[in-house]
Design a binder for this molecule. Structure first.
Ligand code: PLP
Length: 425
């Protein structure tokens, strides 16, 4: 029995499903998850010392490549001075200043330890600030696993949704309206009917949790205008796209300014850090200044903050994002060309350090459209690539990620493997 299989069987004895986050279990592609022993730059190695080119990047954080020497050095140096104090530190000011300096919409920011915490807190703040209860989210966008966000659309437009998890009482999601991504008409209709009760819209301004789906022109601008008109807040969930899609997230790319932004992933450089921030008049409603309660024992953890801060510093080096998206272009165009040459219906899209691979005829713009892609073909592609030492996300509904260490040789090795795999599909 292989070492990965041994470890997986052992894990399943004491960890539900053998994993601490469901997608890691390979359920949607089948097979045995690889247990990872170490990682460096664009590579990861599993328990059998098999090397893979990694396009998951810890689901986004590893934008500098794994175990960047500067980040590792800072973590080690910081850890020597103590792991956590439960009292304020200078590093927290520095990272707050670094975030506020780069994201135009953020004047004040509060640190938490995960993306889930950041979206949950931002929504509570939006409700506290507006005194309203209802929220709008979009089908296929993921905002962490808080109760009120685990909901899918009901049968008709403007009906309230159904929980997507057992353990979420219907009462807990009765204030959540679920609408189709990129369909502004439905948002307008929702505001016409419920406008005075809607606290906020939460949206992935470029969606990365239903594969990669970009907003159509006018969608984000329309959300902004409707929120302003009806006195609701616009929350950009940039947990994935923040410092990943571009140096100032999607707000920098589009010029659309949200009232609140949620962050995590890249800003922790691989350590648990999340954040939410925005307009000062809104942020001042959080405790201890205001009456919206929010807290965390390990919030602003000094070692995690140090890793995030040095990551943000390294990302500010001139040309980093230009180079990143150039490599991403070579990867995604190269994959699409090879698929076409092999007669495989497949297309790709990318932005900054994120990409999408779609086994369908044209780049999708909504959850419904992406759901029509050929998942059986994706599974075969995934395993073919894995067998050739290339690790893509084990699901057809996740974005892919590249890092600053995915150089030409790494991309070429990926394209060579893909050419072989496409010939077998
Ligand atoms: C990953 C993700 C989250 C949840 O973050 P966790 O740190 O896993 O809790 C929320 N929103 C978006 C857009 C994400 O990609």
């Amino acid at each position: 029995m292989s070492r990965n299989t041994q470890l997986f069987e052992r894990a399943c004895q004491t960890i539900p499903g053998g994993v601490n986050s469901p997608v890691r279990a390979f359920r949607s592609v089948g097979g045995t998850p690889r247990f990872i022993k170490r990682a460096q730059g664009p590579y990861i190695w599993d328990a059998e010392d098999t090397q893979y080119i990694d396009y998951v990047g810890s689901w986004g954080p590893a934008i500098l490549g794994h175990a960047h020497p500067e980040v590792v050095r800072v973590v080690q140096e910081t850890a020597v001075h103590g792991l956590s104090f439960g009292a304020p530190t200078e590093g927290e000011i520095e990272i707050a200043e670094a975030i506020a300096a780069r994201l135009p919409s953020i004047k004040k920011v509060r640190l938490v330890s995960s993306g889930t915490e950041s979206t949950m807190s931002a929504i509570r703040l939006a409700r506290g600030f507006t005194g309203r209860s209802k929220i709008i989210k979009f089908e296929g966008c993921y905002h962490g696993h808080a109760d009120s966000l685990l909901v899918k659309a009901g049968s008709g437009m403007l009906t309230f949704g159904n929980p997507t998890s057992a353990g979420v009482p219907p009462e807990f999601i009765k204030h959540t309206l679920v609408l189709d991504y990129n369909k502004l008409d439905a948002v307008e209709a929702a505001f016409k009917e419920h406008g005075q009760d809607i606290a906020c819209i939460i949206v992935e301004p470029i969606a990365g949790n239903m594969n990669l789906i970009k907003p159509v022109p006018g969608f984000l601008e329309g959300l902004r205008a409707l929120c302003t008109q009806y006195g609701a807040l616009l929350i950009f969930d940039e947990v994935m796209t923040g410092f990943r899609a571009g140096p100032q997230g999607v707000q920098g790319l589009t010029g659309v300014t949200p009232d609140l932004t949620t962050l995590a992933k890249v800003i922790g450089g691989g350590m648990p850090v999340g954040a939410f921030g925005g307009r000062a008049d809104i942020m001042d409603h959080i405790a201890p200044l205001g009456d919206v309660y929010q807290a965390g024992t390990l919030s602003g953890n000094p070692v995690a903050v140090a890793a995030g801060l040095v990551t943000l510093k390294l990302l500010a080096e001139p040309g980093f994002y230009e180079q990143l998206s150039e490599q991403n272009r070579k990867l995604t165009e190269g994959l699409a060309q090879r698929a076409t040459a092999a007669g495989i219906e497949m297309c790709t899209d990318y932005v900054g350090g994120m990409f999408g691979l779609y086994f369908c005829g044209s780049v999708p713009t909504s959850f419904d459209e992406v759901s029509t892609c050929n998942t059986e073909r994706f599974k075969k592609f995934f395993h073919g690539m894995l067998n050739r030492g290339v690790y893509f996300a084990p699901s057809a509904f996740e974005a892919g990620f590249i890092s600053g260490t995915h150089d030409d040789a790494v991309i070429q090795a990926t394209l060579d493997a893909a050419e072989e795999v496409f010939a077998t599909l």
